[in-house]
Design a protein around this ligand. Structure first.
Ligand code: DC
Length: 233
C-alpha cells in the first residue's frame, strides 16, 4: 500500500457517489477527508436561520461580506480523521442535510464572494498532503496541484435511484420524477454558474461508478494512488 501521502481531488455531479468514495478512500489511506459541499451548506443554513432575504444578500456584496464575517464557517479535524465543518463554532451536521438547505446551498454557491471565502479555507487545508477533498471545483480551483484528480460520473437512472435511496434513508419519500427533476436542476446550476462551474480538469481521471460496488470504487482509486506513489516514491 502507498506510503507517501498525496492530495486527492474528487469532483463530479450530485449523487454520483463522490462523498462516499472520498470518505472510504480517506479512511483506507488514513488521510484527512473534507466535504466542501458541507461548507456551502453551512452558509445556506446560516442564511435560513437569519431570516434575511436571499435576493437582497445576493445582490449586495457589502451586506454579504458582513454576513459572512458574522456567520463563520470553520473546519477542524474531528477525532475520526474527518474534517468537521462548524458554523460559529457549533457542529451542524444533521441540519445541513435538509432539502431546503440543499436548495439554498445551490444558490449561495453561485455567489463569487461566498466561493472566494470558502475556497480560502479549503486551499489552506489543501496545502497539506494526505488529504481527500470532494466538491465541484477541487481539481480546477482549490487543489489544481493535486497529484490525483478524479471526475466521478454515473448513469442518470443510477443517480436518481441513489438519491431516492439517500432521501428514503432519512425518512423523506420522493418519486422518481421529482428526484430526477431536482437532479436536472442542480446539474444545470452547477455547470452553468459564472463562478467556477463544474467541469472536468483536463488531467482528471474519469471514474464511472454506475456498475461498481462501493468496495470496487475504493479499490480503483487506491490502486491509482499506489501507481502514482510507486512512480515517484
Ligand atoms: O455536494 P453537495 O450537494 O453537498 O453540495 C452542496 C452545494 O454546494 C451544491 O449545490 C454544489 C455546491 N458546491 C460547490 O459549488 N462547490 C463545491 N466545491 C462543493 C459544493
Amino acid at each position: 500500500m502507498a506510503t507517501r501521502p498525496i492530495s486527492i481531488a474528487v469532483d463530479g455531479y450530485s449523487s454520483c457517489g463522490k462523498s462516499t468514495l472520498a470518505r472510504d478512500v480517506a479512511r483506507r489511506l488514513g488521510y484527512l477527508y473534507l466535504d466542501t459541499g458541507a461548507m456551502y451548506r453551512a452558509v445556506a443554513l446560516a442564511l435560513l436561520r437569519s431570516g434575511l432575504s436571499l435576493t437582497e444578500l445576493g445582490s449586495n456584496e457589502e451586506k454579504l461580506a458582513r454576513f459572512l464575517e458574522i456567520n463563520k464557517v470553520d473546519v477542524v479535524q474531528g477525532g475520526d480523521g474527518e474534517a468537521q465543518v462548524l458554523l460559529n463554532g457549533n457542529v451542524v451536521n444533521v441540519e445541513l442535510r435538509s432539502l431546503e438547505v440543499s436548495r439554498i446551498a445551490s444558490l449561495v454557491s453561485s455567489w463569487p464572494l461566498v466561493r472566494r471565502t470558502l475556497q480560502a479555507v479549503q486551499k489552506a487545508i489543501g496545502e497539506r498532503k494526505g488529504v481527500v477533498m470532494d466538491g465541484r471545483d477541487i481539481g480546477t480551483v482549490v487543489m489544481p496541484h493535486a497529484e490525483l484528480k478524479i471526475f466521478v460520473v454515473a448513469d442518470f437512472p443510477v443517480r436518481v435511484q441513489r438519491r431516492r435511496d439517500e432521501l428514503r434513508g432519512r425518512g423523506i419519500e420522493a418519486n422518481d420524477e421529482e428526484v430526477a427533476e431536482d437532479l436536472r436542476q442542480r446539474d444545470f446550476v452547477d455547470t452553468h454558474r459564472a463562478a467556477d462551474p463544474l467541469r472536468r480538469a483536463p488531467d482528471a481521471r474519469l471514474l464511472d461508478t454506475s456498475q461498481l460496488t462501493r468496495e470496487q470504487q475504493c479499490e480503483v482509486v487506491c490502486n491509482w494512488v499506489s501507481e502514482i506513489v510507486e512512480k515517484d516514491p
